[in-house]
Design a binder for this molecule. Sequence first.
Ligand code: IPM
Ligand code: MG
Length: 375
Amino acid sequence: MNTAMNTAMNDAAEAFRKLLEAQFLRLEHMNTERTDFSRKETVTIGIIDGDGIGPIITAQASRVLEKLLADEIAAGSIVIKQIYGLTIENRMACGQPIPADVLAQIKTCDVLLKGPTTTPHGGTLESANVAMRRELDLYANCRPVCIPEKNIDWMFFRENTEGEYVLGSHGVELPGMAVDFKVTTDLGTRRIARAAFDYAKNNGKTHVAVVTKANIMKKTDGKFTAIAHEVAAEYPGITVDDYYIDIMTANLLKEPLREQFQVILLPNLYGDIITDEAAQIQGGVGTAGSANIGDQYAMFEAIHGSAPRMIQRGMGDYANPESIIKASAMLLRHICRVNAAERLEKAMEACAVTVTSDGAGATAEQYADALMALL
Ligand code: IPM
Ligand code: MG
């Protein structure tokens, strides 16, 4: 062992110690009171455009929300607030994943509708998404995939604040190697497991699949599975099965086996990967909405990225807004505007206009026009 290696190991050990301290601190602040939207006099919806195709699709989703909520906006019980400055240019210039003044604006809202934001490869700038999920403690990422004609009705509950993501920008580099960290906590796992089982119970579902790679990631995924089973014991009538993520990706393609899956509970990274696959089965990542839910705040978004290549090709207007509009329906449900959510979901089912990213179909705006005519 030479001196350079020794120094690198000592530095890494010191860095690791600081990371653990920060994680213990995070645990101490984990439980907050839940917002009750059925009683809240004014609900503020923040709109964040994002990057790339973000402003194009978010503009259409805002139009739809403004139409559905017109009476409440006029009465003042709903406030729609545009949040500026969460752009890749501003984030790079400030060197912050969410510039402090933008975060302050965000925290004045109750719920957010957010367009996709660009995440730079490498470097040190953290993803705005990951930062927002952490800052607002949005621990439950709920992603529905529904294809009635194929008998598919899946709801993914992806843990959203831990796993490989929580220290994803805090790995260490030593001579000739790099190390990242994965963190799974008892409290963090228990609350996402409860969210999944509560959803199952409240929606007449009878089965939860817990998906990990606990045969390999023995400590973290092992804990996730064990706690999911402890929580399951509080929900009689709901059965639970464990799957490994590799075979689960295959199972989602396997007919008719896949029809039996109802609620799927996973740690962060596996949830990230498999929900893109599931969305593709549904018709593409442009068709899937996503809710990031915490006890206080919630943020709703498309599951896809900012599609910079579409913008480069001059095809931005043909970006599919369906996914963020579906997320808007989830937002409406979350704030207890169930009628508005149902109107929107029915109109989306009935809307015959299709948007394809190759430009052969309608533009995002034409889609929203057709949809709004059905509301
Ligand atoms: C998602 C996205 C994000 C993630 C990116 C944009 C950071 O892929 O919401 O699934 O990895 O969680
Ligand atoms: Mg993803």
